[in-house]
Design a binder for this molecule. Structure first.
Ligand SMILES: Nc1ncnc2c1ncn2[C@@H]1O[C@H](COP(=O)(O)OP(=O)(O)O)[C@@H](O)[C@H]1O
Ligand SMILES: [Mg+2]
Length: 312
C-alpha cells in the first residue's frame, strides 16, 4: 500500500545575519543553510497495518507524513501510495487518504462542526446516503452529538480532535495519517482517540500511520514501529521482538566494585545482570563475593528499550 525508497528531504533556507545591517546582508549575500530533515528513508507498509512512526522532536516525522500526503515534494527518493505518486497525483491521492495534524485543525474555525463536516462531504463528493451513514457511525463512535452545532473555535482541544478525526475518515479513506493525534489531550480524550483508531482499523481495515510522543498510544495500537532520528531509520519491526528481552537483576553492592561476573558498574553505581536461568542461584553467586545493599528486578518495557536504542 505504501512503498518508500531512499526518501530524502533537504530544506534550504536563507542564512540570516544578525546585528546592524543584518537584514541587508541576509538579502544581498543570498547564502543558504541546508537541513536534511529526512535522510534516505525506506519502508513498506501493507494494507491493514497500524504503524507507529516514532522519534524525538525534529527527527523528521512530520516531514515524512507531509511528503506521503503530497503536501511536500522530496529532494530525492521514490514514494508510491496506493500506486500513486502523492505530490504528483495530489488530488487523486487526497481522496484516498485521511490526515490529522494534532497541532493544527483542518476544520473551518467559524463554522459549526456539523457544517465543517458537510463541507468535507461535498468537497470529497460523498453521496448523501453514504454521508448520513458515515456521520451516524462517527457521532456514535466519537460522541460528537454534544458539540455538533458548536463553532469549531469554541471546542475544547479534545472535542476539536474528535471533530478532526471525523472529518478525516468521513469519506472512508483506506489510509489514515495521524500526526500527534493525542498531543495535549487529557487521559479520557486520549482513550477516546485510541478506541476510535482501533475501531477504524478493525472495521474498515484502514491502514494507519501514527506519530506520537506517548508510548501508551503505541502500546495500545501498534504491532510495528519505525524509529527515526536525525531523519534516519534506527529500527523497523515488531514491538514484540523489541520487548522480548530477558528480565534484569539490578544490584547495588556495598563495595561498588568496577566489575562483577563480567558486568561493569553503570553510571549510577549499579550492576545490571540479564536473568537467563536460575535467579536465586545468580543472587547467591553474587552475594557469596559481595555484600548486596539493594536489589530489584526490571521487566523489559517499551520505554526503556527505545531509550536503549537511542542511547546507542
Ligand atoms: N519548512 C521547513 N523549513 C526548514 N526546515 C524545516 C521545515 N520543516 C521542518 N524543518 C526542519 O526539519 C527537521 C524535521 O522536522 P519535522 O519533520 O517537523 O520533525 P518531527 O515532526 O519529527 O518533530 C527539523 O530540524 C525542522 O526544523
Ligand atoms: Mg512533528
Amino acid at each position: 500500500m505504501i512503498r518508500v525508497e531512499g526518501l530524502t528531504k533537504v530544506f534550504r533556507r536563507p542564512r540570516t545575519f544578525s546585528g546592524p545591517f543584518g537584514a541587508l546582508r541576509t538579502l544581498v549575500t543570498r547564502q543558504y543553510e541546508e537541513r536534511t530533515a529526512v535522510d534516505d528513508v525506506s519502508f513498506a507498509i501493507d494494507e491493514g497495518e497500524v504503524v507507529g512512526y516514532l522519534g524525538p522532536n525534529g527527527a523528521g516525522k512530520s516531514t515524512t507524513i507531509k511528503i506521503l500526503t503530497g503536501i511536500l515534494t522530496p529532494t530525492a527518493g521514490t514514494v508510491r501510495v496506493n500506486g500513486m505518486v502523492p505530490w504528483r497525483d495530489r488530488s487523486a491521492n487526497a481522496r484516498r487518504v485521511g490526515v490529522v495534524f494534532g497541532q493544527r485543525s483542518q476544520l473551518w474555525w467559524d463554522l459549526p462542526l456539523i457544517e465543517s463536516l458537510r463541507l468535507v462531504g461535498s468537497l470529497y463528493d460523498v453521496p448523501a446516503a453514504r454521508f448520513d451513514a458515515s456521520l451516524r457511525k462517527l457521532r456514535d463512535l466519537l460522541g460528537l452529538d454534544e458539540f455538533l452545532d458548536t463553532p469549531v473555535r469554541q471546542l475544547s482541544l479534545g472535542q476539536r480532535m474528535r471533530g478532526d478525526l471525523a472529518a478525516a475518515v468521513l469519506y472512508e479513506p483506506p489510509l489514515l495519517y495521524l500526526d500527534e493525534p493525542t498531543v495535549g489531550l487529557d487521559v479520557l480524550a486520549k482513550e477516546a482517540v485510541r478506541e476510535f483508531i482501533v475501531e477504524t482499523n478493525r472495521t474498515g481495515r484502514t491502514t494507519v500511520i501514527l506519530t506520537t510522543h506517548d508510548l501508551a498510544d503505541v502500546e495500545a495500537l501498534c504491532k510495528r514501529i519505525i524509529l527515526i532520528d536525525h531523519g534516519k531509520v534506527l529500527f523497523d519491526g515488531a514491538i514484540d521482538a523489541l520487548v522480548d528481552q530477558p528480565r534484569r537483576l539490578v544490584v547495588l553492592l556495598e563495595s561498588a566494585p568496577e566489575e562483577v561476573r563480567g558486568v561493569s558498574r553503570d553510571d549510577e553505581g549499579r550492576h545490571v545482570f540479564d536473568i537467563h536461568g536460575d535467579l536465586p542461584a545468580l543472587i547467591a553467586a553474587i552475594s557469596a563475593e559481595h555484600t548486596i545493599r539493594d536489589l530489584s528486578i526490571e521487566e523489559p518495557d517499551l520505554e526503556s528499550v527505545i531509550k536503549g536504542i537511542y542511547a546507542r
